[in-house]
Design a protein around this ligand. Structure first.
Ligand code: FES
Length: 73
């Protein structure tokens, strides 16, 4: 099954919320925190330069229209 599982509920313990932001949005998102960056290294699927954990992205008006792709399983 595809989609965002988010098994740890946003506690930076699972990386099942991996997403790929559209390149046009990367600057507005800013870089991942050090703990997020460390967990991204343990992804089951392949990490890409734009990889982020969606549970660590704080929704705001500034991100209205954000385009995220869920990696293929
Ligand atoms: S939901 Fe587990 S790291 Fe994001």
């Amino acid at each position: 099954m595809g989609g965002i599982r988010g098994e740890c509920g946003g506690n930076l313990a699972c990386a099942t919320c991996h997403v790929l932001p559209d390149p046009a949005w990367i600057a507005r998102l800013g870089p991942p925190s050090a703990p997020e960056d460390d967990l991204l290294d343990f992804l089951d699927d392949e990490r890409r330069p734009e990889s982020r954990l969606s549970c660590q992205i704080t929704a705001s008006e500034a991100l209205d229209g954000l385009i995220l792709t869920v990696p293929a399983p």
